[in-house]
Write a protein that binds this ligand. Structure first.
Ligand SMILES: [Fe+2]
Length: 387
């Protein structure tokens, strides 16, 4: 399959969240433009005889990671491999005793707007993770040594009515992966990334030495729009039969005192209790800077929403600005995810941003363990046809 066939390209630079097919669209989000054209960040996966990315493919992927902070490796998994990954995820999602992730949005998790849960370290899950790690060794190995821990193996599902996450950075010093085990449509909420906002050595000297200040200004402006979008959407959901709110859901998402970084929670916004976005982030100096430099931010930072096809694997540096959008369809959006440390991580810092399954905590895995483990065997097309 050619690169152009595999391209995730959609209509370029479309306004965020078109009104069409989106009953909870908030026109106040219209100022934040997000491109759906990810072709500049894609590398078609080509494998050598050993089933690993070729040297040329690794070089291309590393150049993307260095320049933009992310890469989309298209066609990395066959349909059968993606199906096997989805089956593993579904087993966990169907388990009433699954280990829910503590980060992201616990309120969305509670009201089944999202279902972020870690996967147990079963032979099959380890085999699927090993297959990905071995195939991607040339890229991941450039960042993560063999003794670095696997921080989390998880599944991320979002449902209709979820909140749009605020634009944020994950704990630094980690390489994270999303594997698309089925096609993801833009309306289902593929991940939004802000390419070039990763924090490598010397990055702060870009844009006349103002790079980090400008990135933060951009983040605050985007998050103000996301805040309004989430609030307006929730307000409309009160009268909607399509995504009816559960008893207490509106109160919990808008006025709860519980920790939750990604809800349009007015109480925590006003009292400055949300570290991602609160009134504290909109002081007079910030407002003045936004007035003065707001237009320039659009030229400097151009967010892109990845809506990957089945078999695509996204790798990104955890210090890249990104967000998980809301799912605006009735079809659940699912990703397989895995994160591997690049450096020593303090346990508290680790557990703030990642949710390892109890079986992973009891029996830790390193990147080297995954490279040495037996990869999951999936039926090849000929075998599948015969069987
Ligand atoms: Fe994140």
């Amino acid at each position: 399959m050619s690169a152009s066939d595999r391209s995730e390209t959609k209509a370029a630079n479309t306004p965020i969240y078109p009104i069409v097919n989106f009953p909870f669209y908030s026109s106040s989000m219209d100022g934040l433009r997000i491109s759906h054209d990810t072709s500049a960040f894609e590398v078609p996966a080509t494998l050598d005889a050993g089933g690993r990315l070729t040297v040329a493919c690794v070089a291309q992927a590393l150049a993307m990671m260095d320049t933009h902070g992310l890469v989309l490796l298209t066609g990395l998994l066959s349909d059968a491999e993606a199906d096997a990954g989805l089956a593993l995820m579904q087993q966990t999602i169907a388990d009433p005793d699954r280990a829910r992730s503590a980060f992201a949005s616990e309120t969305d998790n509670h009201y089944v707007r999202r279902d972020f849960c870690s996967l147990p370290s079963s032979l099959e899950v380890k085999g699927f993770a090993a297959m990905l790690a071995q195939r991607l060794e040339g890229v991941i190995g450039e960042y993560c040594g063999r003794t670095r821990p696997v921080l989390e193996i998880a599944t991320f599902t979002s449902y209709f009515g979820s909140s749009h996450q605020y634009i944020h950075r994950d704990p630094a010093g980690v390489i994270s992966m999303f594997a698309a085990v089925e096609d993801v449509a833009p309306e289902q909420g593929g991940t939004v990334f802000v390419p070039g906002t990763h924090q490598y050595g010397g990055a702060e000297y870009a844009h006349g030495g103002a790079a980090y200040g400008l990135m933060e200004l951009f983040r605050r402006r985007a998050n103000a729009r996301i805040f309004r979008h989430n609030l307006a959407k929730l307000w409309r959901m009160r009268r909607s039969s399509e995504a009816a709110l559960a008893p207490g859901e509106f109160r919990d998402r808008v006025f709860s005192t519980k920790w939750d970084q990604h809800q349009p929670n007015l109480l925590r916004f006003l009292t400055g209790k949300n570290s991602q976005f609160s009134l504290h982030h909109l002081g007079p100096r910030t407002l003045w800077q936004l007035l003065r430099r707001g237009e320039a931010l659009d030229a400097l930072f151009q967010p892109v929403q990845a809506a990957p096809r089945k078999g695509t694997v996204i790798l990104y540096r955890s210090d890249l600005l990104h967000a998980g959008p809301d799912n605006r369809t009735q079809r659940p959006r699912r990703f397989f995810g895995m994160s591997i440390a690049r450096d020593h991580l303090a346990p508290k810092y680790w557990h703030d941003g990642y949710s390892p399954h109890p079986t992973l905590l009891a029996d830790p895995l390193t990147f080297g363990d995954l490279l040495a483990a037996a990869p999951l065997k999936t039926p090849q097309p000929a075998e599948a046809a015969a069987g």
